[in-house]
Design a protein around this ligand. Structure first.
Ligand code: CP
Ligand code: NVA
Length: 303
């Protein structure tokens, strides 16, 4: 039987995603109560990082430790992955040894190819096109603060990037309204706009976009791999900074999220993360709990 993978939010059903959010909240409570839970004893997670990471690496490694398992950090700099060993070969070999594999890379097709040749579950820990693990943490965080996100209005500010694409998928999977507000030439892919038209719309006027918003989210203007476009992008995105005043113009119960790392003075004002409506520290912590729920689900099944 072929394993379940988590390359995008589409790989799980709405019910399974709903289960993961509830399970993440439950696992967080269990950890807070000092309750030991080691469903992955003797199991190993392989972690391939072709891009930098703080949160993703630490949350996956810590999650495996708390679950009684182990993890191996693999960077292209000191493995054969960086010396052009084909992805198909790496997937076949690694998946005969470890019990699940997590990949952070550039082209999304690499994650797909790896999954095709892997005998064990593969998790996309960020590609140029999607960042589904972050969405699990974001939806968990919203749920903890405000209850179900179903029917709520979410505004994505800025670049139509990997995070935005995952928000578009999330809008359909968790049934909320998503408004994307950014400059021309940086819209999310046409194909996704078409596919998710029932849940997603574009609004260039940021002030108009945030009216009635329950959640405002943004991300850096230049993602990893786009560093040389930084100056050009800073110009294009200048009007799309999230400030306290922008939050004031939204719903009175609005929350603000950012996957981090954030660039203060660029996509957010210097003081935004100090605002009580910004829940980015809980959001970052929830990477741990949400991914534990994911690891448990993919490696042992429902509880
Ligand atoms: N949000 C996120 O994925 O952070 P890292 O790049 O630090 O892993
Ligand atoms: N869009 C950002 C997200 C970082 C977590 C990037 O890809 O660099």
């Amino acid at each position: 039987m072929s394993p379940r993978h988590f390359l995008t939010l589409r790989d799980l059903s709405k019910e399974e995603l709903g289960y993961l959010i509830q399970r993440a909240i439950e696992l967080k409570t269990m950890l807070r109560n000092g309750q030991r839970h080691e469903p992955l004893r003797g199991k190993t997670l392989g972690m391939i990082f072709e891009k930098a990471s703080t949160r993703t690496r630490v949350s996956f490694e810590t999650g495996m430790t708390q679950f009684g398992g182990a993890s191996i950090f693999l960077s292209p700099r000191d493995t054969q992955l960086g010396r052009c060993e084909p992805i198909e070969t790496s997937a076949r070999v690694l998946s005969r040894m470890v019990d699940a594999i997590m990949i952070r890379t550039f082209e999304h097709s690499k994650v797909e190819l790896f999954a095709e040749y892997s005998q064990v579950p593969v998790i996309n820990a960020l590609s140029d096109d999607y960042h589904p693990c972050q969405l699990l943490a974001d939806i968990q965080t919203f749920t903890e603060y405000r209850g179900s996100i179903k029917g709520k209005k979410v505004v994505w500010v800025g670049d139509g990037n990997n995070m935005c694409n995952s928000y578009m998928e999330a809008a359909a999977q968790f049934d909320f309204e998503l408004v994307v507000s950014g400059p021309e030439n940086y819209d999310p892919p046409q194909a996704l706009q078409k596919e998710f038209a029932s849940h997603v719309s574009l609004e260039r006027d940021l002030n108009k976009a945030v009216e009635g918003a329950h959640l405002i989210v943004t991300d850096v203007w230049a993602s990893m791999g786009q560093e040389e476009e930084q100056a050009k992008r800073a110009k294009a995105f200048a009007e799309y900074q999230v400030t306290r005043e922008l939050l004031d113009a939204a719903h009175e119960e609005v929350l603000f999220m950012h996957c981090l790392p954030a660039h203060r003075g660029e996509e957010i004002s210097h003081d935004l993360l100090d605002d009580p409506r910004a829940v980015v520290w809980d959001e970052a912590e929830n990477r741990l709990h949400a991914q534990k729920a994911l690891l448990e689900f993919l490696m042992v099944g429902n509880h």
